[in-house]
Design a binder for this molecule. Sequence first.
Ligand code: URA
Length: 219
Amino acid sequence: MHYPKELVELVKLRSQGMKLEGLNEGAGPINPKLMIVGEAPGKNEIIDNIPFNGDAGRELIKSLASIGLTRKDVYITSAVRSRPYSIKKVFSKRENKQVIKYPNRKPTKKEILAHAPFLDYEIRMVHPKLIVAVGNTGLERLLGKGKISEVHGEVIEDTPILQLNKSQDSYTWSKEHYTIFPQYHPAAIFYNRKLTDSIEKDWQVIKPYLNSSSMVKYK
Ligand code: URA
């Protein structure tokens, strides 16, 4: 999705001085079967401008296939749309000298708040009937709290989500209610292979929700 110029300018202003690189737009259809909300793009995503286009993305696409979906059926985005990086001096054996590296890192709360206008805009435009929060960052951005290890695989129905408040310096609850499905981040298995079975099972829980009509309620 191409974000409007004013929105990009607004987020740039809000993120001034933060160690964030590039912009990777969320992608997918309007009225998707589901929306994925991850953490933040990494290097691959910033180069190609395709969300979840690296190793984690390959795992995500496998999970989607297990419930009969492809990338084209879903809208994919995350709490932050630029790559959070840190600056590290390391010794390179190959070059036999100190070099500076810029590895990916988890976004801070301030960075997530700075980028909140993007996710708010996407949710407004896309009308997701089901939102799959992959990982703690996506879940916290939507519901303010929650640990994936405790709530993964549980469908949270009819809930408001967090969006920027009027003064754009904090969050408030949305009037619209959504169905949220917390799920492990697809990269979680790279650190803990034992999660593979649990992740596979959790995705199957979503299946019955895919064909119901709108899951956005207006109170
Ligand atoms: N992790 C995310 O949360 N989003 C991406 O696009 C890639 C990795």
